[in-house]
Design a protein around this ligand. Structure first.
Ligand code: 5AD
Ligand code: SF4
Length: 461
């Protein structure tokens, strides 16, 4: 991928607000990159923006509703600027845009432009059109979006830091009965291997040390190689590990059914593949897993984790849970608490079930009352917190490689990340930023660890 020309002099500013998952974070950067050759630079001050974009999330009702309240605030902000102010276009991107395109136009007349995740490569054209008419683009186009999205200039990548997201797969064919993703992001598509490797090399060339491969169902990755053969995520990790400079590889989010032997073996064979797995199970009850259309049992999930830990004994596990799925009994919920105890998660996210329009779950007649969901969420979160605190406490006295990422909160401090994504604060010189060093964990803070560099030598990568 070649660099873009430098931004033109007719400087315009784009303000992007990002909601939701890491893929949206990645997408917001790619939107910035798509607009850069057309004279747009990013701003964090809405007051100077020519274009305001909301990159939205539709996964739960609360996330989707936020968009409308934010649009109201932006409209008021624009109106208050008065007739003399420069024109400010308002656009809505992301999964709410995809799901509710026309509804947004009807509910929020201030919006000039609505476009879904598959249209980001067309953004400059859409913005031009939005100057004269209201535009909705929620098509799933035939062309390869990624092949048409320009790469950022090297100095832009450098400015984004030492860790980077890299989307390798998008969409989902699993159709869990609670989930909107198959509708908002569409069918599963994997980017070709050469495209992924080229993007990873460009990141490495700009000093990136850690990449997180992204996909709604990332371990279903099956991108084609030069010979037209599908390559699994495990094999892709082997190819990425060959890139000099890339010292750490992560991936998220995975589905238990796609956790194949090749990927498990990659965790055994590749030091660069971090021993931290985010593998959502959603529920510990087989009846609920069936109603959720997860197509695996609790025992099968536990078996996968067991095989992962065999391959990589220092593997830590993270997960996602939903409480209050339609029909969930006290016994079903207890099975969920039980699986948390069995696995001993290093961290986990848990949510109250949110009925999403168009999903099979929304049509189920045994919906759970809100107060029951809230009670169950409290219990589950307390159990998860117990385990994550125990995990963090168990790290004290251990030494592991930490990527020194940035200056710390206090002078003379730096901040980094452990293999398990824990923030680690260290008293050390800022000149060490970018290195991966052995750090002994000497204390616990509320949301981070305190560490001490064991030797001054750079760890071999
Ligand atoms: N309600 C609540 N949580 C949901 N998730 C996905 N859809 C819903 C929903 N309708 C959660 C799942 C998923 C995570 C990204 O969000 O736990 O793994
Ligand atoms: Fe949603 Fe299930 Fe696909 Fe994950 S695997 S994106 S939860 S449908």
């Amino acid at each position: 991928m070649s660099d873009n020309p430098a931004p033109q002099s007719n400087a315009r500013k784009v303000f992007i607000k990002t909601y939701g998952c890491q893929m949206n974070v990645y997408d917001s950067d790619r939107m910035t990159d798509a607009l850069a050759p057309h004279g747009y630079t990013p701003t964090t001050d809405m007051g100077e923006a020519d274009l305001v974009l909301l990159n939205t999330c539709h996964i739960r009702e609360k996330a989707a509703e936020k968009v409308y309240s934010e649009l109201g605030r932006i409209r008021d902000f624009r109106d208050e600027r008065g007739p003399g102010a420069k024109k400010m276009l308002i656009g809505v991107a992301g999964c709410v845009a995809q799901a509710e395109g026309e509804e947004i136009m009807a509910r929020a007349p201030a919006v000039d432009l609505v476009f879904g995740p598959q249209s980001y490569h067309r953004l400059p054209d859409l913005v031009e059109r939005a100057r004269t008419e209201r535009v909705v683009d929620t098509e799933f186009p035939e062309e390869d979006k990624f092949a048409h999205l320009p790469a950022p200039r090297r100095e832009v990548t450098i400015s984004r830091g030492l860790t980077a997201f890299l989307t390798v797969q998008e969409g989902c064919d699993k159709f869990c009965s609670f989930c909107v993703v198959p509708y908002t992001r569409g069918a599963e598509v994997s980017r070709p291997v050469a495209q992924v490797l080229a993007e990873a090399r460009a990141l490495a060339d700009a000093g990136v040390r850690e990449i997180t491969l992204l996909g709604q169902n990332v371990n279903a990755y099956h991108g084609l190689d030069a010979a037209g053969q599908p390559v699994s995520l495990g094999a892709l990790c082997h190819r990425l590990a060959e890139i000099e400079g890339i010292a750490r590889i992560r991936y998220t989010t995975s589905h238990p059914r796609d956790m194949d032997d090749e990927l498990i073996a990659a965790h055994r064979d590749l030091d660069k593949l971090m021993p931290y797995l985010h593998l959502p199970v959603q529920s510990g009850s087989d009846a609920i897993l069936k109603a959720m259309n997860r197509r695996h049992t609790a025992a099968e999930y536990i078996d996968i984790i067991g095989r992962m830990r065999e391959a990589r004994p220092d593997m830590a596990i993270s997960g996602d849970f939903i409480v209050g799925f339609p029909g969930e009994t006290d016994a079903d919920f207890e099975a969920t608490v039980e699986i948390v105890r069995t696995i001993g998660y290093a961290s986990a996210f848990s949510f109250k079930y949110s009925s999403r329009p168009g999903t099979p779950g929304a049509g189920m007649d045994n919906q759970i009352e809100e107060h029951v969901k809230a009670e169950r969420l409290d219990i589950l979160q307390a159990e998860i917190t117990r385990h994550s605190q125990a995990f963090n406490a168990g790290c004290v006295g251990m030494t592991f490689p930490v990527l020194i990422e940035k200056p710390g909160r206090n002078p003379g401090q730096v901040a980094g990340r452990s293999p398990y994504l824990q923030a680690v604060h260290i008293t050390a010189d800022a000149g060490l930023i970018g290195q991966i060093l052995p750090v002994e964990i000497i204390g616990l803070a509320k949301n981070s660890l305190e560490g001490r560099i064991v030797t001054a030598a750079t760890a071999a990568v």
